[in-house]
Design a protein around this ligand. Structure first.
Ligand SMILES: O=C(O)CCC(=O)C(=O)O
Ligand SMILES: [Fe+2]
Length: 371
């Protein structure tokens, strides 16, 4: 395969190509719209990663589906117990599930997707003024591949990233692009309410106080990311987003295009778009403090040749930085002589440093702190 062999050509100056792409501020959407029929080399993934894409069940989709959880019984004194159990089963085996009847009106979901699409649909002259990756971990960022300079290969997506909390990192409202400002602020408040409910259920599923996760500060670090995965002329040579795990609690809204896949055992399972549903997954921080009762699972997005771009809007929740000097580790309530801690303690800055300084394709923090 010529393209994959080129990948290893010693004369190829990858960093130069990456820099030129970044400085052009064109994004992958701009590349797609320029009419290219082959993708630049910097986007071509390694033969090992590409062979994983071609496993028989990965593109054609297995019959398996991730669990679907109905949150309508959240306030029911009699049915809540069952809901807690469903969530515990889903989070301990899949680490991923979809939720319906979560309380966010369908109109809000549609407006959120449309606003992020409208942002990415703006002309190059408008978007290029906003293109930046310098203000990492605060304010507003718009760029292609947040880990562009750290990852081994780039992926086929552009992202608008907006820090919402803690206050010290929060984007000024006037800095959020006007085309999606109102909708992002609304998505933040709606998704926070869902996250709060999920954190209660997750706490109860471990048999600890319902407020335990919230009290640890899990709603105090918050960012919203609006991804766009445009048409890709060679989806067999790259991915939409590289396989990775998330940090804390993730609440994701997707349009109807699909492409998100979750690793389950050695299979990749499609997360089917369900109108009105949200996709939820837990990340490394929660796997660690749950002492492996809950699992943080690898997921990725496939690149596609559909003309309609995939749009996803993600709310990431994790402990805020006001907890800088606190040590986190498996919750003491979960430990006993039979169930010793599987992880050492760590601080939030240590977690963030490790999480944000690596490419999505690097080894996870989990392996670093596992005892
Ligand atoms: O767009 C998607 O569906 C996945 C995005 C994702 O996994 C992430 O931003 O961490
Ligand atoms: Fe993710």
């Amino acid at each position: 395969m010529a393209a994959a062999a080129d990948h290893a050509t010693p004369t190829y100056d990858r960093m130069k190509e990456v820099k030129e792409f970044d400085e052009s501020k064109i994004g992958v959407k701009g590349l797609a719209e320029s009419g290219i029929t082959s993708i630049p080399r910097m986007f071509i993934h390694s033969p090992e990663a590409l062979s994983d894409l071609k496993k028989p069940n990965s593109q054609t989709c297995t019959k398996k589906t991730i669990p679907l959880i109905d949150l309508s019984h959240f306030n029911s004194p009699t049915e809540r117990h069952q809901l807690v159990e469903q969530m515990r089963d889903a989070t301990s085996t899949w680490g991923f599930f979809q939720v319906i009847n979560h309380g966010i009106p369908k109109s809000v979901l549609d407006e959120t997707i449309n606003a992020i699409k409208a942002f990415h649909d703006q002309p190059h002259e408008v978007k290029s003024k906003l293109y930046n990756r310098e203000k990492e971990r605060q304010g507003v960022m718009y760029s292609s591949n947040n880990d562009l300079y750290r990852a081994k290969a780039a992926s086929w997506h552009d992202s608008l990233t907006i820090w919402m909390a803690p206050e010290t990192r929060r984007a000024k409202e006037e800095d959020i692009p006007e085309v999606c400002r109102k909708q992002i602020v609304a998505w933040e408040s709606h998704s926070t309410k869902v996250a709060e409910a999920l954190l209660e259920l997750l706490s109860e599923g471990l048999g600890v106080e319902a407020e335990r996760f919230k009290d640890l500060g899990f709603l105090e670090g918050k960012l919203v990311v609006g991804h766009c995965y445009p048409y890709c002329p060679q989806p067999d040579l790259t991915v939409g987003i590289t396989s990775h795990t998330d940090s804390g609690l993730t609440v994701l809204l997707q349009n109807q295009v699909g492409g998100l896949q979750v690793k389950h055992g050695d299979e990749w399972v499609d997360v089917e778009p369900i109108p009105g549903a949200l996709t939820v997954n837990i990340g490394d921080f929660i796997q660690i403090i749950s002492n492996d009762n809950y699992v943080s699972v690898e997921h990725r997005v496939l690149a596609k040749t559909s003309k309609e771009p995939r749009i996803s809007v993600v709310a990431f929740f994790n402990v805020g930085t006001q907890a800088d000097s606190d040590y986190f580790g498996p919750l003491p309530e979960l430990l006993s002589p039979d169930k010793p801690a599987l992880y050492r303690k760590f601080t939030v800055p240590e977690f963030n440093e490790s999480f944000f300084s690596k490419g999505l394709d690097s080894k996870s923090f989990i392996q670093k702190v596992r005892l």
